[in-house]
Write a protein that binds this ligand. Structure first.
Ligand code: UTP
Length: 235
């Protein structure tokens, strides 16, 4: 059977600010998935919660503070976004799993029968980056691609530091020194890669690729095993 590719798709990618960009990105992703399926590839898309997750968590935060409850709301947001992509791909006739799995095991078995599986989060305590890394390890993927809304991993936060440098080739240990290792983020908080995912990748000896998913060509290149514009992170 062909190898499985696993991609964490940041939730913000589904909702570029301009409506035109939104339709264009979705159209390009659809085209890419049709092309990959046509080539017999199997692919898991693990979709982040973006706006609905953040909005739900903010709304609930006024009444509850238990992190696992806020995480459950975040998970619901990720599953909403996953369902949007699942239905869009089903609508154009792709061979997509008819359910959005709740666990890594279910995702793995759906990948035995379908070219494409779309899922969101699973359990509290991490983000969809971690779900993607766990799934990539479980299916022995060559690497886990993290498609987000920044071009690279930077040596420091580029929003706060004008002199932040984009990194093209680093190790998991170096990534861990930048974002942390194993310490869960607050519900709804964001980092270029979830520190829990870094710990899981280290344990599994799994390479990562971080790239700007707003540019579908970069995702295509990384899926094709070509040199891509982004950061390669070696185990
Ligand atoms: P995301 O996976 O969307 O967080 O999960 P993110 O990667 O920071 O954001 P994107 O990729 O830009 O969308 C949103 C929230 O849902 C909960 C967490 O609270 C997380 O912050 N979550 C998600 C879980 O608790 N478990 C999961 O498996 C996934």
């Amino acid at each position: 059977m062909s190898p499985v590719h696993v991609v964490a798709l940041g939730g913000s990618l589904l909702r570029p600010e301009e409506a035109d960009a939104r339709a264009m990105w979705m159209g390009q992703l659809r085209q890419l998935m049709v092309h990959l399926e046509g080539n017999g590839r199997r692919i898991a898309l693990v979709v982040g919660g973006g706006l609905p997750a953040r909005e739900g968590i903010e709304l609930a935060k006024t009444s509850i503070s238990a992190p696992h409850r806020l995480d459950e709301i975040g998970i619901a947001g990720t599953r909403l976004n996953a369902t949007v992509l699942q239905q869009v791909l089903l609508d154009i006739g792709c061979d997509v799993a008819p359910s959005v799995p709740h666990t890594i095991d279910d995702a793995r078995s759906l990948l035995d029968d379908h070219h494409i599986v779309v899922m969101g989060g699973t359990v509290p305590g991490h983000t969809t980056d971690t779900v993607a890394v766990k799934l990539a390890a479980a299916v022995h993927a060559r690497h886990c691609i993290i498609a987000t809304n920044v071009s690279h991993v930077y040596d420091k936060d580029p929003r706060a530091n004008d002199d932040a440098k984009a990194l093209t080739d680093i190790t998991l240990a170096e990534l861990g020194a930048i974002v942390g290792v194993g310490q869960p983020l607050e519900p709804g908080a964001s980092a270029v890669v979830d520190p829990v995912a870094v710990a899981v990748a280290m344990e599994a000896g799994l390479d990562l690729a971080v790239l700007d998913g707003r540019d579908i060509r970069r995702l295509d290149d990384a899926l094709d095993g070509k040199l891509f514009d982004g950061t390669v992170i070696k185990a």
